[in-house]
Design a protein around this ligand. Structure first.
Ligand code: C5P
Length: 255
């Protein structure tokens, strides 16, 4: 398969056309950003850790009946996906209160949310991804009521599957973000599921195992991504990859 024209550049991924109709290449770059792009860095191997975890999670979800855009990996950073017409929504499922809902609402961090809370934001950087409700989403013609219902059903199923998978590795899925797209009338899970889009806490220590390490300077984010990628994919190879450890940052504090 040949990589062709660059279609889209996001904050951490680039999307390319290929010589095969209906198939795109997503390249996971080594860029990391937080706070609406206010904090930015390029960190060696970051792209391959996120690509590896996304591929592993998508394959697991597919085996369990969730339709995703994932087809195969071309190499450590490049994923072949089926082309979707993307729906500009960020669908966040929250199992424990953390992050923006603790800042914006009177939740105490770590409070279990039962049933899990689904929050849907409008994906628009220029508007800082404002939160939507069903009426706004339908009025903006982003999705029909039936599509919204389907998206929420898939989101709950992915949450149950992913929480179970991570629990086996001693990891709590605090919350995570998904993006969806259409192919005809069928809704597919797209984008990525990685340490950039999930909030993960170690079940024993409470330590952050995700982009919060970078957002809030909790330690060396690449050491964390390397370890968590190995834990999730159960591949010792990921942990064996050499990452330069800054001894001052090597041991993130337990929460
Ligand atoms: O910041 P907030 O607490 O709302 O984020 C909830 C979850 O969604 C986190 O796991 C975060 O990493 C993810 N997220 C994301 N992309 C965004 C916003 C949130 O992956 N643009």
């Amino acid at each position: 398969m040949k990589q062709k024209k660059l279609l889209y550049t996001g904050k951490a991924k680039s999307v390319y056309r290929t010589d095969v109709k209906g198939k795109l290449i997503v390249e996971f770059r080594d860029d990391i950003t937080a706070f609406d792009g206010g904090k930015k860095d390029t960190l060696k191997n970051k792209g391959s850790y996120n690509a590896g975890v996304s591929a592993f999670v998508f394959s697991y979800l597919e085996k369990n009946g969730v339709k995703t855009h994932f087809l195969e990996m071309l190499d450590e950073k490049r994923m072949v996906v089926c082309e979707l017409s993307m729906i500009p929504l960020e669908v966040i499922v929250r199992n424990l209160a953390a992050g923006s809902i603790v800042r914006n609402y009177p939740f105490k961090e770590g409070t279990p949310l039962k049933p899990p809370v689904i929050v849907i934001d409008y994906k628009d950087d220029s508007r800082h991804d404002p939160m939507l409700n069903d009426d706004l989403t339908v009025a903006l013609k982003i999705a029909t009521p039936a599509e919204l219902k389907r998206i929420k059903t898939i989101a709950r199923k992915v949450n149950a599957l992913l929480s179970g998978l991570l629990a086996k590795q001693g990891i709590t899925l605090v919350d995570f973000k998904m993006e969806f797209g259409r192919q005809g009338k069928t809704i597919y899970l797209g984008d990525e599921i990685s340490m950039d889009s999930m909030r993960l806490w170690d079940k024993k220590t409470g330590e952050s195992l995700d982009k919060d390490v970078y957002r809030f300077n909790k330690g060396d984010v690449m050491v964390t991504y390397n370890r968590v990628a190995a834990r999730i994919t159960k591949k010792p190879g990921a942990a064996a990859k050499k990452t330069v450890v800054d001894p001052k940052k090597a041991k993130p504090k337990a929460r």
